[in-house]
Design a protein around this ligand. Structure first.
Ligand code: SF4
Length: 381
């Protein structure tokens, strides 16, 4: 599959050589990969890059996701999760006790969590002190459980509410027990398109700046791209190149997560040509191009909640090396129309990986590998 003559026929000789040599691809290379008619040829290059980094290992995490509220001041047009006010049908706000109860339920199910993932809407009335209190309460239950919480968009919102800098918000949350940030809210950075999709949300510069500030404090973060909506290939490549540039400067991105736009319950309606079964191929291609362009970000995630388990398995052959985790309860993707289940067991995740031809490796939030029984992991008491 990595035959030079074949790539020459596709007009990808230079890309083929760069990938084999481990050299950086350009913006135009990214466009050529999106334009290539043979998706398996693109996938084979991504598989090569992925195996050079991780061999046949494919990672998963035993985690519990908690969405603390869907009330949000930002009116992103694609978002099916958001509610305008707490009294609107379907709106929810968890209390600190609700959050702790969910954490303790995970303990009773013997999951032995290696990551707690907390994320929500930008609520107008929840103050920074409340989040510090939640983090301290989780820490009191378990002093070592990695807490991955609050996207750069939430951090920017807290800073606006409190009238302080995003750096100070990060410092206070770190002092209260925050381990790392998930990478949501990046959406698409393009300055013309972003205001059409999420006019009130932290802009591209703020999102990247806050990620860099977190990295400067020793807080690792993930990064994302929402794709398959109004954007074109050049806007995707631009987004990926900006993440790569930021990583060159601050170095704290652990994992990139390409998030396909789910159309079912969104206010954003797409033309017919952007819908249909070909979206699966586009999602695999986007995973592959991400692996190839993001040469300085160690991991590419096939997030099974959004891709669905079958496509997530296939994505392992297209450059992805991580499936995320057990999750247990998820609202953002499911309110958008995700058809996947709410959670998977460890056995299901391991089977998904091994049946795909890869070696399952249990990890924690910051990608430290763990033995299969997680015995070195933080235990929820
Ligand atoms: S995507 Fe996030 S920030 Fe935007 S409306 Fe939905 S919950 Fe709020």
């Amino acid at each position: 599959m990595l035959d030079a003559a074949y790539y020459a026929d596709l007009g990808l000789s230079s890309i083929h050589e760069k990938v084999l040599d481990g050299r950086r691809l350009s913006f135009d290379d990214g466009l050529a990969l999106f334009d290539c008619p043979d998706i398996t040829a693109v996938g084979a290059l991504a598989l090569h890059a992925r195996c050079r980094l991780h061999g046949r290992k494919a990672f998963y995490v035993v985690n519990r996701q908690i969405n603390y509220t869907n009330v949000c001041v930002n009116g992103c047009v694609f978002c099916a999760f958001r509610r305008d006010a707490a009294n609107e049908p379907g709106a929810f706000v968890l209390s600190r006790e609700d959050i702790l109860a969910r954490l303790k339920n995970a303990d009773q199910s013997s999951l032995r969590l290696d990551e707690l993932h907390i994320v929500g809407g930008c609520h107008p009335g929840l103050r920074l002190e409340w989040f510090e209190d939640v983090l301290r309460a989780v820490r009191a239950v378990n002093p070592t459980l990695p807490i991955k919480a609050f996207t750069p968009v939430e951090i920017e919102h807290f800073a606006r509410l409190e009238g302080i800098s995003s750096l100070e918000v990060l410092q206070r949350l770190k002092a209260a027990g925050l381990t790392m940030l998930p990478g949501g809210g990046a959406e698409i950075f393009d300055e013309e398109l972003r205001p059409q999709l999420c006019p009130h949300k932290a802009d591209a510069a703020a999102w990247l700046r806050i990620s860099g500030e977190a990295h400067g404090l020793g807080i690792k973060t993930n990064c994302t791209m929402l794709f398959g909506h109004l954007e074109n290939a050049a806007q995707r490549v631009d987004h990926l190149c900006r993440l790569r540039d930021q990583q060159d400067k601050s170095g704290g991105f652990t994992c990139f997560i390409p998030l396909p736009f789910l159309t079912e319950n969104s206010r954003l309606k797409l033309p017919d040509e952007r819908l249909g079964p070909q979206r699966g191929l586009d999602q695999l291609r986007t995973v592959a191009v991400s692996r190839l362009l993001l040469d300085n970000i160690p991991h590419i995630k096939a997030y099974w909640i959004m891709l669905g388990p079958k496509l997530a398995q296939t994505a392992l052959w297209y450059g992805a090396d991580d499936l995320d985790g057990t999750i247990v309860e998820e609202h953002i993707g499911h309110m958008a129309g995700a058809q996947s289940s709410q959670g998977l067991t460890i056995n299901e995740l391991e089977s998904m990986i091994s049946e795909s031809g890869f070696e399952p490796v249990r990890r924690n939030a910051i990608f430290e590998t763990l033995p299969p029984d997680g015995r070195n992991s933080a235990e929820v008491r």
